[in-house]
Ligand binder design. Structure first.
Ligand code: DAH
Length: 349
């Protein structure tokens, strides 16, 4: 009997050592130790042995069983380690492979220019104010010295919604709102950037565009003068289109300023020599500006005897076109990513 058990033990050891995977090991375990195994049969047959033999053989069977179990446990450990290292080998990540680039969006050129303008004027002590795009005739025209029937209304072809409401044609409307809203009559230094609308549609005009408006009003004895306007615009234009630019103030007409000027800048493409962009004149028209008309001050709650001010306005889209060399204004509004991605964080890096 002992020999038989010794044989079972040896055979078991050998079979266990040959096992290559966990499933096979599980099957072998059932075969070696399960109810139908040779060992179980021997255990069941112990009763038929002589009484003095029984405990000896019984304890020997148990030893064999323990030995087989510990062999199986060892094999299990070995196979698990093998499986893990195979898995790790298969799932190895090649950290030298090039990564997939995640495409990030980019700021619209118009928003870039707006932020640049706002930063500049805030650094000079201006407030950034806002106004409605759906404006009344009163604020867009009347309070800016443009009464009904005034010929200068023809300068701006408007989108009227009703006879009273229209899409604002100019951010100048915010001048009147700011003055009228300032009940304390404290000094005003403001800029307003925003969308404006006119009935136009060609390569250099869009029916929707952006303007920036500036307004400074203070007591007359503080000498708010044309010199201040000139100095301010010089800083503004040089910052936006280049330090080498020169400005030219040309007398002009706007109903809300007196005197009024159109401000030209030396062509930033040819430096003033003359090229197709400046139509060979060396100058590019950039802004409208002037001293606030006494009527406008009066109509919006400021006594023109005591207060004076200057104002200016310009198209932001034109500024963006000049700054980035964009040839057709409509590119700014078609939102073609191929166009927009060209401005990918260029001046943020
Ligand atoms: N609002 C004028 C326009 O849209 C531009 C302008 C001219 C604004 C003179 C001003 C100004 O503030 O003083 O054509």
């Amino acid at each position: 009997m002992k020999e038989k058990l010794e044989k079972i033990k040896e055979n078991a050891k050998e079979s266990i050592s040959k096992i290559q995977n966990l499933q096979e090991l599980q099957d072998l375990k059932v075969k070696l130790l399960g109810k139908k195994s040779e060992l179980s049969t021997i255990l069941k047959g112990l009763g038929s042995l002589a009484a003095e033999e029984r405990p000896k053989i019984g304890s020997f069977v148990n030893d064999v069983r323990n030995e087989i179990e510990s062999n199986i446990n060892e094999a299990e450990k070995r196979l698990k380690e093998k499986a893990l290292s195979q898995k790790l080998e298969k799932e190895k990540i090649d950290i030298t492979m090039p990564g997939t680039k995640i495409k990030r969006g980019s700021k619209h050129p118009i928003n870039r220019v707006i932020e640049e303008i706002q930063d500049l004027f805030v650094s000079m002590g201006y407030d950034v104010v806002d106004g409605p795009e759906l404006e009344t005739d009163e604020f867009c025209f009347e309070r800016l010295n443009l009464p009904d029937g005034h010929p200068a209304r023809d300068m701006q072809d408007s989108f009227y919604i009703t006879s009273e409401y229209l899409l604002r044609t100019q951010t100048s409307a915010v001048q009147a709102r700011t003055m009228l809203g300032n009940t304390e009559k404290s000094p005003i230094r403001m800029i307003c950037t925003g969308k404006t609308y006119r009935r136009e549609d060609d390569a250099t005009h869009s029916h929707q565009f952006n303007q920036v408006e500036g307004l400074v009003v203070d007591r007359k004895e503080l000498n708010v003068s044309l010199a201040d306007l000139k100095g301010t615009l010089e800083v503004f234009v040089k910052k936006m289109v280049g330090e080498k630019s020169e400005l030219r103030f040309r007398p002009s007409y706007f109903p809300f300023t007196e005197p009024s000027y159109e401000v030209d800048v030396t062509c930033f493409k040819c430096g003033g020599k003359g090229c197709p962009l400046c139509k060979k004149t060396g100058w590019i028209e950039l802004l409208g500006a002037g001293m606030v008309h006494p009527n406008v001050l009066k109509m919006n709650g400021y006594d023109p005897e005591k207060y004076a001010g200057f104002a200016f306005g310009t198209g932001i889209d034109r500024l963006a076109m000049f700054k980035y060399g964009i040839t057709d204004m409509r590119y700014l509004y078609t939102n073609d990513v191929r166009f927009l991605s060209q401005f990918d964080r260029k001046d943020e890096e």
